[in-house]
Design a protein around this ligand. Structure first.
Ligand SMILES: Nc1ncnc2c1ncn2[C@@H]1O[C@H](COP(=O)(O)OP(=O)(O)O)[C@@H](O)[C@H]1O
Ligand SMILES: [Mg+2]
Length: 376
């Protein structure tokens, strides 16, 4: 049933400006009926074709909605709330006619030809994740001489949750493939992953090809996510920046990287380095193999897991470390808040230059502290 977009969604600002995607523009939005905050992901106009044939980028929306539904029981996978097509040609659509299929992905796909012919664009309404938790946004340095890395304890927790997500995806016949920091959200405890439109359902592949895809998925995790979070560098050894993301780039992006250089982080756990090297060398065949190797590394860091136990001393030291990391995160948040208060005050009308100069000095000093922060 055709409805009016502005009666169902309030569409706000673009939220993708720090890491533009190839397929879509993404806006903050509000689903009006249940006051739900959404990320509103809509096909870029440039992928509409004038003769009405349906480009891969258009189909990719159906692929993504389908995979998100198949993986809906993974806590790490971003939630899909709604999908459909809209008539507006505005880069930031806010009104006009639209049709919604809620989470009926089969129907969404069944009518693709009708809406492509009308020149309507597909959209997805997704769980809206806070930009301040996006790992590229957090880790991309603002100065060339700066680099941040996650504390090992947090990086292991992230790796563990990513491994579990891949395990579940692989058992559903899905490979993620598009591993890069701009697709990963981390709040210090819980991982969430977005953008499944370059991911694949493994159908019609030989056993050999199937096995290669699983290996590639673990490889991409080690190279594209874990290397950057533990070193603050991209796997190409440059400083962190958004990665290209067309169809051909996704599967070739990390293909040639079969060894990792940990020279900048010599104190990183040798066991962890060795595990990531095995992944990079495509020697890890499955998410399970990765998780088994990771459990051994975790035990060395004071973790207790079903298959791996640590010692009481390690356990106690880890407890202290976790408590300390929590305090560090809280402390950094407070420094940011203080900086923002100084900054807001410095631009208030009618204040003396004596006050303004002092406020600016404080902003600068707080920013210096944040540049040397421990946690990204
Ligand atoms: N669920 C979401 N919550 C918050 N921001 C999002 C969400 N999905 C996408 N974004 C933002 O939009 C950008 C592009 O989205 P993405 O899904 O990667 O599009 P594409 O398929 O075009 O690569 C992301 O890098 C992120 O900044
Ligand atoms: Mg993307």
């Amino acid at each position: 049933m055709v409805q009016v977009l502005s009666e169902h969604y309030q569409i706000d600002h673009f939220n993708d400006t720090f890491a533009l995607g190839h397929y879509a523009r993404v806006l903050d939005g509000l689903q009006l009926q249940n006051r739900l905050s959404v990320a509103f992901k809509v096909l870029r106009n440039e992928h509409l074709s004038p003769d009405g044939d349906i480009r891969w980028e258009y189909r990719a929306f159906i692929n993504e909605a389908d995979l998100l539904t198949r993986l809906g029981n993974s806590p790490q996978v971003v939630k899909l709330y709604d999908c459909g097509y809209l008539a507006s040609f505005q880069e930031a659509p806010s009104d006009g006619e639209f049709v919604s299929f809620a989470t009926d992905v089969r129907q969404f796909g069944a009518v693709i030809a009708d809406y492509a012919e009308k020149g309507w664009r597909p959209y997805l309404a997704l769980q809206n994740l806070p930009r301040a938790h996006n790992l590229l946004y957090l880790m991309k340095p603002n100065r060339p001489d700066v680099r941040w890395r996650l504390p090992t304890e947090e990086g292991l927790a992230l790796a563990f949750q990513f491994g579990q997500m891949l395990k579940l995806a692989h058992s559903a016949g899905v490979v993620y493939l598009d591993h890069k920091l701009e697709h990963v959200y981390w709040d210090g405890a819980v991982l969430r992953v977005i953008d499944f439109n370059s991911s694949r359902l493994l159908e019609g592949f030989s056993a050999n090809e199937h096995a290669q895809y699983l290996r590639m998925d673990v490889h991409n995790l080690c190279v594209g996510i874990l290397y950057p979070i533990f070193t603050g560098l991209s796997p190409q050894k440059t400083s962190l920046r958004p990665m290209p993301s067309g169809l051909s780039e996704v599967e070739s992006r990390y293909q040639d990287i079969t060894a990792l250089d940990f020279g900048v982080e010599p104190s990183l756990s040798p066991a962890l380095q060795a595990l990531l090297q095995r992944g990079a060398a495509k020697q890890l065949e499955s998410a399970d193999q990765f998780l088994d190797g990771l459990a051994e590394v975790c035990a060395l860091h004071g973790w207790d897991l079903p298959k791996q136990h640590t010692t009481p001393n390690n356990r106690a030291a880890r407890d202290h470390m976790r408590e300390g990391l929590k305090k560090l995160r809280g402390g950094q948040d407070q420094i940011r808040e203080a900086r923002d208060l100084f900054r807001d005050a410095a631009i208030m009308d009618g204040i003396t230059s004596d006050l303004e100069d002092e406020l600016r000095r404080l902003v600068k000093a707080a920013n210096e502290m944040l540049t040397h922060r421990v946690i990204p």
